[in-house]
Design a protein around this ligand. Structure first.
Ligand code: ZN
Length: 248
């Protein structure tokens, strides 16, 4: 089953198109975070109250910059759209990542490469309309409502399950090669970003060798802000955000 899924994702990758139309494979499974504090009754009497207090410290995932959003972890119900700030490209991002992102792009240009952003913040409403539009097209092909929704979810993320809904993710391509496919990794802009993005708090979110963990095809254009501390650790250890958060 997993192999079939990977093959399917690969197929979607081949179908991927120019910058701006991004293939997504994220479904609509609503799995709640099961990471609750342990029942106080089972705490060992040896544990001090200080140790117990430490256990109740918010999980990493509760930090805004480490929010995990994917099909198994849709946006929290109390998620509110952050303050957005417009980049020079016209795209919007969470204002808290603006400076690091703009610095990264400016430094890349100073280093002689030309990255451009082709997608950034996308509202859930926009995502919903894109998704419904796709469902309509699938129904026109003779599919039932359910079949159409499944088919649509193969190419467009179900609203609320895309990192782009958070304002923390950006798709970046080389100005001389704007296709969203694996060849993107060979461009000068991408090589520079892959080597340097962590310094600015970004990680390449869906690496080639981690498809089974992320559940998303290799996307050598999708960068996610996690902050400089986490980005350094994730990069140095060669892990994913899921592994960093212990949510594999
Ligand atoms: Zn993306």
């Amino acid at each position: 089953m997993k192999r079939a899924l990977v093959l399917l994702l690969g197929l979607i990758c081949l179908m991927s198109s120019a910058c701006g139309i991004i293939p997504y494979q994220e479904g609509d499974i609503n799995k709640k975070d099961e990471n609750k504090p342990a029942d106080p009754k089972v705490v060992s009497p040896m544990e001090t109250s200080q140790e117990w207090t430490e256990k109740k410290v918010p999980q990493k995932q509760d930090q805004w910059n480490l929010l995990l959003v994917k099909k198994e972890y849709p946006l929290p119900e109390d998620f509110s759209v952050p303050e957005l700030k417009q980049l020079k490209s016209g795209h919007m991002v969470d204002s808290r990542i603006y400076e690091d992102l703009q610095n990264m792009l400016d430094d890349a240009k100073a280093a002689g490469v030309s990255p451009i952003i082709c997608s950034a913040y996308r509202s859930v409403e926009r995502q919903t309309s894109l998704f419904n539009e796709r469902v309509g097209k699938e129904k026109d092909l003779g599919k039932t409502e359910e079949e159409a929704a499944i088919a649509a979810a193969m190419v467009i993320a179900v609203p609320g399950t895309s990192e782009h809904n958070t304002g923390l993710a950006v798709d970046i391509v080389d100005i001389d090669y704007q296709l969203l496919n694996e060849e993107q990794e060979n461009t000068p802009a991408q090589k520079w970003l892959m080597a340097n993005s962590y310094k600015y708090g970004f990680i390449l979110r869906y690496p080639k060798n981690k498809v089974e963990i992320t559940g998303v095809i290799y996307e050598p254009w999708h960068y996610r802000y996690v902050g400089q501390e986490a980005a350094k650790e994730i990069t140095e250890q060669g892990i994913t955000l899921e592994e960093y958060l212990n949510r594999v």
